[in-house]
Each structure stands twice: as C-alpha cells, then as structure tokens.
Design a protein around this ligand. Sequence first.
Ligand SMILES: [Fe+2]
Ligand SMILES: [Fe+2]
Length: 343
Amino acid sequence: MFNKMQVESSFSNDEFGITNKFQMFINGVSIDNHERDSLLNVIDDLVIKAFVDGDNTAQKIVQNILFMIYQINLVHPLSEPAKMQYDPLVCTLRMKIESKWLEHEFSNSPTMTYSATDSSFGEYLKSVWTNHIASHHELFDFLEKKSTKEQLILFLKSDSALNLIFFDLVAYTLIGAEQNTRGTISENLWDEVGHGDNFYTHVNLYKDVLSRQDIQLPTNHYVDLYDEAGLAGHNAFMLGGINRKHYYKLLGVMAMTEVLDPPQYMKLVKGCYRLGLLSGDVHYYNEHITVDIKHGDDWLYKVIDVIVDAYPDAKQDFYQGSLLRLQTAERYYDQLLNKIKKI
Ligand SMILES: [Fe+2]
Ligand SMILES: [Fe+2]
C-alpha cells in the first residue's frame, strides 16, 4: 500500500457518510469552507464517541480515517493525496484523533513498575511482553493444532498488510536515530531486504507465501479484513514514524513486534505442516523465527538500553510504545480468532 495514486479506505462507507467524504477530500476533491467545518465537527463528535464513550463502531471509523491520513506519507509523490500531506485540516484531524486515542489506550493500562534495582530496562520490557496475554494468545494454539486450511488462509490474508509494509516501518526508525544505534537498525533493515537479494527481501518472501497458496493479492493488501484493532495496530507504527515526539514509542512498538513473532510463528509453522504445507511454503515465517530473535534482542539491548542510558526520561515512551503494540495485538488476535472460528 505505497506509491499509489489514491488513498484507500479499509471499508466503503459508514452510517454517517463521513468515510466517503473524507476519502474524496484526501484524494484531492476540493471542498468549501462550510464543508471543511462540517467535516471537522462530525469527526470531533466521532472522536468523543470513540474514545470517551468507548463506542466500537466510532473507533473503527476514526482509526480508518487515521489510517487514510497516514497513507499520505507513502503515496506516489505525483499523486493528488501527496499534496495533502500538510493540509491544515488533515493535520488538525490527525492530531485530534491521535491524542484522544492515546489517552483512551492508556487510561486502563498498568503503570510502569521498572525500578533501578531491576536488570536493564530492555530486560524489564521483555518481562512486560512475557506477562502480557498477547505473548501467548490462543489464536496461535488454534492455528497450530485445530485450524482448517481455509482458516489458515484467512490468517495469511489478514497478515498481509503489515508484513508488506514492514520495510518502510523499519526505515522510519532510522530517521534521526542516535548515532550509536544506527548500525544495529541498519542491520535490521538489511535483513528486511534479504541482504540485497530481491528474492529474499521479506516483502517478496511474503508474496511467495501467498502465491504458493493461490491467494491473489488485491491492491489493498486485504486491509478490508481489518477491524478496529487491525487498524489501530497498523496505525501504532505510523504514529511513531511520522511524529517525532512519538519516535521512542515507535521503537517500543518495534521491539515488541520482534519479540512477539518467533514463538507465535513456531506454532503457526507447525500448523502449516500439519495441514500439508512444506518448508518452502513457509520460508517467510521460518526466516522470522530465527532472525527476529536477534532483532528483538537488538531493539531491547542495543537500541533501547543505549538510549535509556543517555536519556533516562525516554523510559515512559518506550513503555507506552510497548503497551501500544501488545494491547492492539491482543485485540487484533481476539477479533481475528473470532472471525476464524466462524468459518
Ligand atoms: Fe521481516
Ligand atoms: Fe525482524
């Protein structure tokens, strides 16, 4: 979902008609001041409904608006939406949604309990991960032991959008990185592009997983399968990628992503073998079982710990970024398992 001429929505419209209206606006259809005001008012109301009243439908609508806004940063440079990147209304809406979302996301989260007597801060974040339900979610036990082929296919489709944009997300962590973390981050990015071999670049390895199962990849990379949580999880990366003040959150999001993958993918791959897939069919996942163990440790000990040593105040953002990834992942796994079980 990058270098496209148009921003895509994960669903076609909503009961308020705001999704369509906003999509047209962001894709370059000009609107008058009155329409700008009404867009602002409707989204203002929806943000309150979503993040103060906790309304699920409103959450999905505003996360999708945010998802569309973030796409601007990766659309084709010659496209109409590229011209909207710093449109004042787009920026205002983005900031309104982001701030209320984060407030809501952390309102019931456990507070950080790290103390100086603990081992490193990276080690503490690892314990936050192991104690979080996302690290041992039943979705992956189901995929390992019980899923049908059809259910596995749904998982693979749903896993597409994030896997196919991951290079760009890692690239965001490199911009403005501390000097002594750049080598580690570059190494991660180099792994992501298969050490320069186009066949082994992770995007192509994932496309290979899909094509070997005869799954046609639509231009929207199956974002229509996302619910609120899928969108929020995706947005969690872009939030930190395009907002300098959330850069440390992005590193927390990354660290948790890499520690989450290996044990879950081990279960997934076992499920694939149980259903008759061969090792060549799951190259992408096997690659991440091994390489992400290193990536996870690298983010925690060679990036986050290094930054915390220099800037102890960064801890809260690393912690919140980690929570953001774990909480959205848990909700995403819940929703996906639910959907899978209905097949
Ligand atoms: Fe990767
Ligand atoms: Fe990785």
